[in-house]
Every structure is written in structure tokens, then in C-alpha cells.
Design a protein around this ligand. Structure first.
Ligand code: ADP
Ligand code: MG
Length: 444
């Protein structure tokens, strides 16, 4: 594997493996795949998976390490790229019997949290879809409810916009983010988003092949500081020093079918900008290679040309770990000429993967820890929570002091009363004594 980019190709034969066209070579051991026919070629990748490799194996090799690094504070993105029907969704979501990248990543995220008791974590998730260069929030609408408007019919007002802020970077707004505390809860939120995709379209497959589904899990974490409590200034100050919040994002992306990316002629028709995102993603990746390190800040790259690349700019600017899983389906030997276009498309996928392989010059840097300082623009919810808790504690402490003062005042009042009472009693006694003892003597 080269640097922070992993390129894998997953092959799904269109039938039994032994009937696969002999023009194709799939060599998992050497990470090679290729076509011997006209306009073919051999390519080498970090991983080549054949039909016998299941989802668990795919996850282990192309996403497990990346997920771990995200938990440690790096940004990470997994893309599934390929023609419709080649297994992108199968690889990302999987089935109950064979869970894919998303559920396996979620399991690992929570294992990591369990194994890291000295840090506290806050997870939030968003799920959006980019369709026709428009962003739709899959968590904002209720699946099946009458309020749901099919995405194709949604008005401009409900569209999600991309904004940029020096503190937060590029972000989508107004985007619903849900805080999740368990794997089941996280899976349930994503399942709800999936349901919205389905109920939002009469032809789910047609639309899913033309839209990008983007799951983003934001991980915030910071060190727990033992003994940090109200009233212990030294500890609190130390908490401020060590308690910087680390923010990283795991993006899991089921891309639109790549077959349309190559059809530039289609660009003026109905599908005009359907896959501008995919074209730009390819361009960005290719350009990253050409311009090399000079462009790692992303200045001259056409991120703004598509919603997808704009949204993922941090992930593609050399500040992230990237894993691209390209899926291809290889035709059977007896399938004849009907598959000629497929061969071209499959070769396009292999070329896309090859271009990315050596090209993304990525230098993963840990997301900066936010030390101290609380500002409204801060992305770190944990930091805001910490500030809120500190504020509440201060208020409590003030209240406690006020109460103490009140109590002291009352006490003083009571003491004064007691004193008065005693004085009265004492003077009475003196009088009594005087009358009883002294007066008779005086009177003789
Ligand atoms: P895509 O999302 O790329 O359009 P899908 O993931 O929906 O494609 O896959 C198309 C069909 O092929 C689905 O029925 C899926 O279950 C099946 N499939 C894809 N890849 C595999 C695989 N590696 N093993 C078994 N079934 C697969
Ligand atoms: Mg799909």
C-alpha cells in the first residue's frame, strides 16, 4: 500500500467463476487484474478481490485501518466506485448475513471507544444524497410520512447549501446531525436514511444509480482528566490544557454509477449534470497527480466544480486517508458481443482506479486539537458542552455561596436573638438575686 491511499478492485463475475471469460485475469495474490483482448491491459492495485472474497475480507483489507485512524483523529473517506449493478451498495451496506463496510466500521468504532476509556467520545452522524447536483438531507424527512416529498420534486427552499467558514471549513447547511451513543442507534439512523431514499423515489434503482449517498460520522474526543471537579481550580486549569477536542470525520460514500461518467455526450441532455460530481472527482484525482505536492492545499484544483468534491475537499486535499473500492463485473465467456460496451466501461473503471493509485498525494495530518478557547463557530460540540458544563458549575457554585451567606445571616440573627434572650434572662436573674439576697440585707 502506498501512503494514505488504498485502491482496491472487487470483481463480481456475471455468473459461476469457472465460466468467466478467459480473456480476463483476476489475480488476488498479486493484486492484478486485466483484460487480454483488444484495448485491454493489466493493472495492479493494493487489493484485488475475487468472488470468493466476502464483505468481511473486503472490509479488513480496505477500510479497517482507516476507521481506526479516524478514531485517532485523522479524516478518512471510503468510496465505492463502479458501474451500476457491480456491487457498490452490496460492498458498502451488505446484507444481514454478510454486513458491508458501513456496519463493520460502526462495530469497530464502538469497540475502539470501549477500548479507550481514558478518552471521552461524542459521535454525530449525517446522511445526505447528491442528486442532479443538489444535496438532500436523508435524515430530515420522515420515511413514509405524508410530509415526504420525492427528491425530484423538492423545491429549492429545502435544498442543502454548502458554506465555507475559516474555522469549520466547508460544511452543508441546514444539515441534520444526530448524536448517537450505540451501534444499534447509529445503524438505525442510517437505515432511516436509506428508507428515505427508497420511499422518495418510484424507481429506487434508477435513482440510486445516478446519486451519491454520503454517510458522514463526525468523531469528537478528548482526554478525560481525573479529578476535574468544581472548586478545584488547579484541576480545571489542567483540564483546559489537556482537554483539547480532536475532531475527525469518517465519510462512507456509495457513488453514482460510473457508466454515466464516461458518457460526455449525455451532458447536454436530461442527465446534464447528473454526474458532474463523478467527472470532477476523476479530474481532481488526476490533477492531484500531475500537479503533485504544490497543490496539496487545493488551490488550483476544481473542487468547486461539483457538490461532491466541494463537500469532500478536506478529504481530497491531502489531509485525509482515502480508500477507493472499485467494483467491476466480468462477463461470462459465452456472453458474446452484447458485452462490448461493458468491456469498455469496465476498462474505464480500471483506468480510474489506476489513475488514483499512484496519484493522490496525500499527507495525512491529524485534525488539529482545539485547545482551550470556546467560540461559537467551533465545530467541536464536546468543547461547547465542556464550556456549558463549566458555566453550570460556576452558577451552582455561586448559588451555593449565596445560600451560605443567607444561612450565615440567619444564623447570626438567631445568635443575636439568643444573646438578647440570654441577656434578658440574666438581668432578670440579677434582679431576682438582688431582691432575694441583697434587698433583705439592706433593709436589715
Ligand atoms: P450497485 O450498488 O453497484 O449498483 P449492487 O450492490 O446493488 O450494485 O449489486 C447488484 C446485485 O448484485 C445485488 O443484488 C447484489 O446483492 C449482488 N451482488 C453484488 N456484488 C456481489 C457479490 N460480491 N457477491 C454476491 N452478490 C453480489
Ligand atoms: Mg447501488
Amino acid at each position: 500500500m502506498k501512503g494514505n491511499v488504498i485502491i482496491s478492485v472487487r470483481v463480481r463475475p456475471d455468473g459461476p467463476e469457472d465460466q468467466m471469460s478467459s480473456d480476463w485475469v483476476v489475480d488476488g495474490r498479486h493484486g492484478q487484474v486485466g483484460y487480454r483482448g483488444k484495448d485491454g491491459g493489466m493493472y495492479e492495485y493494493d487489493n484485488v478481490f475475487s468472488q470468493s472474497d466476502n464483505n468481511a475480507r473486503v472490509y479488513e483489507s480496505c477500510a479497517k485501518r482507516l476507521v481506526r485512524r479516524v478514531m485517532e483523529g485523522y479524516h478518512g473517506t471510503v468510496f465505492a466506485y463502479g458501474m451500476t449493478g457491480t456491487g457498490k451498495t452490496y460492498s458498502m451496506q451488505g446484507t444481514t448475513a454478510s454486513p458491508g463496510v458501513i456496519p463493520l466500521a460502526i462495530t469497530d468504532i464502538f469497540s475502539f471507544i470501549r477500548e479507550t476509556p481514558h478518552r471521552e467520545f461524542l459521535l454525530r452522524v449525517s446522511y445526505l444524497e447528491i442528486y442532479n447536483e443538489r444535496i438532500h438531507d436523508l435524515l430530515a424527512s420522515q420515511p413514509g410520512s405524508t410530509g415526504f416529498v420525492p427528491l425530484d420534486q423538492q423545491t429549492k427552499g429545502e435544498e442543502i447549501k454548502l458554506r465555507e467558514d475559516p474555522k469549520r471549513g466547508v460544511y452543508a447547511t441546514p444539515l441534520k446531525e444526530e448524536i448517537v451513543q450505540s451501534p444499534t442507534q447509529l445503524l438505525r439512523v442510517i437505515a432511516r436514511g436509506d428508507l428515505c431514499r427508497r420511499t422518495g423515489s418510484t424507481q429506487f434503482n434508477a435513482r440510486s444509480s445516478r446519486s451519491h449517498a454520503v454517510v458522514q460520522i463526525v468523531v469528537e474526543s478528548r482526554d478525560r482528566v481525573a479529578g476535574a471537579s468544581a472548586g478545584n481550580m488547579a484541576d480545571n486549569r489542567r483540564a483546559g490544557m489537556n482537554g483539547g477536542v480532536r475532531v475527525s470525520t469518517l465519510s462512507l460514500i456509495d457513488l453514482a454509477g460510473s457508466e454515466r461518467a464516461a458518457e460526455n455526450k449525455e451532458r447536454r441532455t436530461e442527465g446534464a449534470h447528473i454526474n458532474r460530481s463523478l467527472l470532477t472527482l476523476g479530474t481532481v484525482i488526476a490533477r492531484l497527480s500531475k500537479d503533485g505536492e504544490k497543490d496539496k492545499d487545493g488551490n488550483h484544483l476544481p473542487y468547486r466544480d461539483s457538490k461532491l468534491t466541494r463537500l469532500l475537499q478536506p478529504a481530497l486535499s491531502g489531509n485525509s486517508l482515502i480508500s477507493i473500492l472499485c467494483t467491476i463485473a466480468i462477463p461470462l465467456s459465452n456472453s458474446g458481443a452484447a458485452n462490448l460496451t461493458n468491456i469498455g466501461e469496465t476498462m474505464n473503471t480500471l483506468k480510474f482506479a489506476a489513475r488514483a493509485k499512484n496519484n493522490i498525494i496525500s499527507h495525512a495530518k491529524k485534525g488539529d486539537d482545539f485547545l482551550n478557547g470556546v467560540d461559537a463557530g467551533s465545530k467541536a460540540l464536546l468543547e461547547r458542552y465542556r464550556a456549558e458544563i463549566a458555566e453550570l458549575r460556576r452558577e451552582l457554585e455561586l448559588q451555593r455561596r449565596k445560600d451560605e451567606v443567607e444561612t450565615a445571616k440567619e444564623l447570626a440573627k438567631e445568635l443575636a436573638k439568643e444573646q438578647e434572650f440570654r441577656e434578658e434572662r440574666d438581668s432578670e436573674r440579677v434582679c431576682q438575686l438582688f431582691f432575694r439576697n441583697q434587698l433583705p440585707l439592706l433593709l436589715g
